[in-house]
Design a protein around this ligand. Structure first.
Ligand code: B16
Ligand code: MG
Length: 219
């Protein structure tokens, strides 16, 4: 289906910046504190998933159960470590071509929004110096239903005053692709076609779109 892109909605982790590694370090630290190891391969299961659900998966991997209070405390400890790691984040960690692609969209009058599960998204955008490139920011603090529910992307479209059919979502997680499709939006997968099977198209990174448009990408 060919559609006019009047608005572009971006996931954060895995599309604009690779914060997955910092999430991994913080979850691994929690796992070790709880007495089990947590591998990078297992961390793949947490990508794009909310903090609460990530903890449930981690506990399942460690074969542990916790009551609600203990889970809330564990998630808060993990987040404190994660935020500590984010203190060192800077613009050099923006994924190749992301900033240039956002600039080019704005230059062509395409509206831009962020649609991320992360409650730390505003902090991350500020550290990367990217906040001014988004007209709307919808993050994990503003939604009650996680991807694959379309809530996050529908809210972003509403804030941009753009009908869903004129929005394209850029996402690295299959749950996010599902959310975009359920919202009635176009879905561009960022990553590998094997893992993003239902996307309308898949690219390796935003730098590829710059190449098509003749724009030079950083890094
Ligand atoms: P936080 P995205 C997601 O970001 C991450 O991919 C996922 O690993 C993380 O658990 C989730 O945000 C929640 O993050 O703990 O910072 O609220 O890919 O939706 O931009
Ligand atoms: Mg992501």
């Amino acid at each position: 289906m060919i559609r006019e892109m009047r608005a572009a909605i971006f996931d954060l982790d895995g599309v604009i910046v690779d914060t997955a590694h910092y999430h991994y370090l913080a979850w691994k630290r929690l796992a070790q504190d709880l007495g089990f190891d947590f591998s990078e391969a297992e961390n793949e299961r947490l990508k794009g998933v909310s903090r609460t659900r990530s903890l449930e998966i981690l506990l399942e991997i460690g074969g542990l159960t916790m009551d609600e209070d203990a889970r809330a405390r564990a998630a808060a400890r993990k987040n404190a470590w994660y935020v500590e790691y984010l203190a060192h984040l800077d613009a050099s960690e923006i994924l190749p071509g992301a900033a240039e692609y956002l600039h080019s969209l704005r230059g062509r009058g395409v509206k831009t929004a962020l649609g991320s599960a992360s409650k730390n998204a505003p902090l991350i955008l500020a550290r990367l110096g990217l906040t001014p490139l988004f007209e709307a920011i919808v993050d994990g603090n503003m939604v009650s239903r996680a991807k694959p529910d379309p809530e996050v992307f529908l809210r972003a479209a509403r804030q941009l005053r753009t009908p869903p059919a004129s929005c394209i979502v850029f996402e690295d997680a299959e749950a996010g692709i599902q959310a975009a499709l359920r919202a009635g939006m176009g879905a561009v997968g960022v990553g590998r076609p094997e893992t993003l099977k239902t996307a309308d198209m898949v690219i390796e990174g935003l730098y590829q779109l710059n190449a098509l448009l003749g724009i030079r990408s950083s890094a």
